[in-house]
Design a protein around this ligand. Structure first.
Ligand SMILES: [Zn+2]
Length: 243
């Protein structure tokens, strides 16, 4: 989630047009509607799917004249109330979540369901931030902490793993993204797993799942990075993957 917002603000969401511009030859059509070319403005604002997601909130924005969605979001992070900022990021993240489900798993999620899942992720993220005794869970601060993301060494990949769980939920989510030394998206994976666990257990499980995934992919030279410093400390010994 935080990584997503950071990437959005950096104009680095790997939609088809961005990947094409980096030499990846893939279809340019929007995976949600297949009618238009998938760029950030289309996917998050103009696409019928995006419109149906925004309509589920009280947020109405006039995007005419907006050239870069990243600039638009940065302006909103600055000028809108905390509640509205949270809702904006919810909508953006659920559209991205649904888009990736469609692209990677060929599953189409209705906008109502993705609203629900995204809300849970955001709630978990707020709980996790409070538990970590960070300053109040305000988006600007979270964004600035993510800007500290450092690329891996030359020739290495970095896998960031983020886990979320909400108290009382019967399942939890793990998100992983692999990027190269230029910060470009290589591969991503989201999992929702049944079970009741606390935040620390989920973070630890997330790191374990990440290592398993690297093994499956037979990737070498991958650094795993977790938000949870406790987990990293606990697992550091004996694992060549962790920093
Ligand atoms: Zn579309």
């Amino acid at each position: 989630m935080r990584m997503f917002i950071w990437r959005f603000c950096k104009n680095n969401i790997p939609v088809s047009t961005l990947r094409w511009s980096k030499g990846v030859q893939i279809p340019l059509n929007c995976p949600m509607c297949s009618r238009d070319i998938e760029n950030v403005l289309h996917l998050f604002f103009e696409c019928d799917y995006a419109r149906s997601c925004w309509q589920r909130t009280e947020l109405v924005f006039d995007m005419r004249g907006v050239e870069y969605a990243a600039d638009w979001l940065l302006e909103k992070l600055d000028s809108e109330s905390d509640d509205r900022v949270i809702n904006i990021t919810k909508v953006l993240s659920w559209i991205w979540f649904a888009r990736n489900k469609k692209v990677w798993e060929e599953k189409l999620i209705g906008s109502s369901m993705s609203v629900d899942m995204s809300s849970r992720q955001i709630n978990s993220w707020q709980v996790a931030n409070r538990n970590a005794k960070r300053v109040k869970p305000q988006l600007g601060q979270v964004v600035s902490s993510v800007i500290n993301w450092k690329p891996p060494d030359r020739g290495w990949l970095k896998l960031n793993v983020d886990a979320s769980v909400k108290k009382g939920d019967s399942n939890f989510a793990i998100g992983m993204v692999i990027r190269n030394e230029d910060g470009n998206f290589i591969m991503g994976k989201n999992l929702r797993i049944a079970g009741c666990v606390n935040v620390l257990e989920v973070e630890a499980y997330g790191v374990w799942v990440a290592i398993k995934w690297i093994e499956e992919l037979q990737l070498k030279n991958v650094t795993v990075e977790s938000d949870s410093s406790l987990v990293v400390q606990a697992l550091q010994q004996g694992s060549e993957y962790l920093v």
